[in-house]
Design a protein around this ligand. Sequence first.
Ligand SMILES: [Zn+2]
Ligand SMILES: [Zn+2]
Length: 191
Amino acid sequence: MPNHSPTHLDPRSPLVLDTRELPRRPGAMRTVSRVVPAPADLGLELIGVPEGADLTLDLRMESVSEGVLVSGTASASVAGECSRCLRPVSDSVVVTIQELYAYEHSATVETTDEDEVGRLQGDLVDLEPALRDAVVLALPANPLCREDCPGLCPECGVPWDELPAGHSHEQVDPRWAALSQLKPSNKLNGK
Ligand SMILES: [Zn+2]
Ligand SMILES: [Zn+2]
């Protein structure tokens, strides 16, 4: 079971931001620019950021009265497969992050739910949930190798664009044709 306990963030984890250097004074600001390895399963079933791929974070941490506002972008390459022809698809994704993390024991924490407003854990911010949400929203549920990908021939499973024009399975060996004519009555008997 993955550990979802909110109280044990590792400050060395690439997606944990440390706000110790950020004065708790509204308006104070720090930038975070780093390239980190992408965590596992960042994306959707058919397309996502490969685990360990470069994830470029360009973020700004800003003190506000009740916490820290983290905003900026995360970008990475993505890889997956075409939902029509199953061939590899590669692309890149840039997501915008804007998330407020409330100070522990602040009024915001007492008046909101954890899924409405993020929480600082001590001086640490866990960026991963917001990053995951943003990446999932930015990726296509049905990726395509190209807009007009014609997909696969349902009979032989070969991509249509690799088949000769006029490809068809209607003209079959006459002996098989005779068999296929028997099929409908077989089906009726079988029911
Ligand atoms: Zn395709
Ligand atoms: Zn075919």
